[in-house]
Design a protein around this ligand. Sequence first.
Ligand code: FES
Ligand code: FES
Length: 155
Amino acid sequence: MKRTIEVRLTLNGEPRVAEADSRQLLVELIRDVLDAKGTRIGCLTGDCGACTVLIDGEVRKSCLVLAASISGNDVRTIEGIEGIEALQEAFIAENGFQCGFCTSGMIVAAADLLKNNPSPSRDEIRRAISGNLCRCTGYESIVESIHRAAHGTIG
Ligand code: FES
Ligand code: FES
């Protein structure tokens, strides 16, 4: 039997209240109910990272979180993560995307890395995005993009 639950959260800095089905995933609530379409749905099995968001400052795959489990949490999607201009510019400069499907998840993961480690090595970058798949396989450009955002240049 379907059960509807009231979910309260802060989404990208704004208090929001929404009705969620008891089985609804957070990524579905974010996209379909709260209209933050920058978060993507890829696999829905926790493998691709397209749905990556921050919950209370932690990187999470929002397809692995039930919407009903959210209670007053701070949720940040690509639309609400501050200080990502350097990453966006670097992804453009380094051709860090092809179809772009993985890009918002990559940037959320990268933003979290740079917040905690402003000067990462390429290996540290690879580890930070290891939960994010790029179906276009543009990994080297993605790593270079994040490296450029962190270090301001190539090299
Ligand atoms: S849609 Fe969540 S990990 Fe793929
Ligand atoms: S750029 Fe297409 S999936 Fe990554």
